[in-house]
Ligand binder design. Sequence first.
Ligand code: GDP
Ligand code: IMO
Ligand code: MG
Length: 429
Amino acid sequence: MSKIIIIGTQWGDEGKGKIVDLLAEHADHVVRFQGGNNAGHTMVVEGEQFISHLVPSGILQGKACYIGNGVVVDPEVLIEEIDYLVGKGVDIGPDKLRISERAQLIMPYHKKIDHARELMKGDKKIGTTGRGIGPCYEDKASRRGLRFIDLLDREDFNEKVKAIVKEKNFYLEKYHSADTIDAEEIISQYDKFAERLAPYVTNVSVNLYKAIKNDEHVLFEGAQGTHLDIDHGTYPYVTSSNTVSGNACGGAGIGPKEITDVIGIVKAYTTRVGAGPFPTELFDEVGDRIQKKGAEFGATTGRKRRCGWLDMVILRNSVRLNSLTGLVITKLDVLDGLETIDICTGYEYKGERIEDFPANLKVLAECKPIYETHPGWSEDTSVIRNYEDLPENTKSYLKRVEELAETPVDIVSVGPGREETIILKKHFH
Ligand code: GDP
Ligand code: IMO
Ligand code: MG
């Protein structure tokens, strides 16, 4: 039985949502294990678009979905998302969605602090999604966080909120000259959230353990991407969780021996939202063309995504950091019609070739991509469903990516729709 982790190999928005939805057809359970509603995962089914920020992308396939202990949850956003999905006819009762009692709650002060910090940083800002993700993980690490299990104990929760709000207000007012928050308002707001979400709260680890013992298929849905990982990404221009595959175990509550495959989602080019280094970023009309054809706007914040060529230094980094067993190349169709396509195979730093992704951002800023130029193709690949039917130049491009990554391509995506896909290897069979 397969237990497969899906992760982003670049800086997020690789098309994880589409691929999780696709693979979920043959899975039994789908689990989010980190991040929060900074994620925006898009699925397109029979022409209809769905965007999820917290609910796992397996929900459209009617699978049992879980929000693991490693996720930070804004209950207001989760309720809105449940209502939005129900409004679109999706079945999402407590038998379909389960939330870990250990998952941390994003509180109103987390969002306020996120905004205040970004404002204070000015042009040095990280460009966060403003969803309170960093401040929530900070409170988790400093053992001041509130979890779903706390939310269910109303009296205890209220006492804790009152104590925390005192400290947060001091910080907001004295350090940021920002508006303060009212503990009583939070208490009455979270009262309603508790009532609404209580039926969904459970011990996700125990649920998954039973599923695994029962020989059922489990899919783990990563959010963000490897280079936004708090340890391995372009720190401090990263998110506040470990986005690498290793964290699927910690963030869901299972052991590493259970995992059978790790699939890395790779956009056929690279994008990034928010600030931070991006060696292969394009500032010319090719970058503009990719941005427009790829409709590269953030699914969460609507910001224009920065675009550039595929970078094998970061892809090889992802192969190693995540133990990737296979790749999914997405948005290949966006490259249709380009005369030539570049792949970055290494960086040049002070006249020397670098193969490994540097930790020092000053070094990274001086790295110049070394490109290999490939002939493009003029055909419309979005209508192709079999690998053999792809243009020869497209196949050579894919072969070269496989070769440089030393990892096989399992799936190629040629459009946002579930069916706009070329399957080379079947999963969950
Ligand atoms: P995620 O965060 O990794 O789930 O990715 P997003 O949903 O934020 O961004 C990916 C965008 O590309 C979404 O708008 C998808 O509908 C779209 N998309 C996914 N795969 C393909 C593809 O193969 N071709 C095209 N043209 N669009 C795709
Ligand atoms: P999905 O799951 C792309 C980026 C933000 C910012 C940095 C820190 O859709 O791929 P945060 O709000 O997490 O503190 O912001 O991380 N970021 C993402 N970029 N896709 C995402 O998620 C992202 N989630 C966070 O833009 O640069
Ligand atoms: Mg996204």
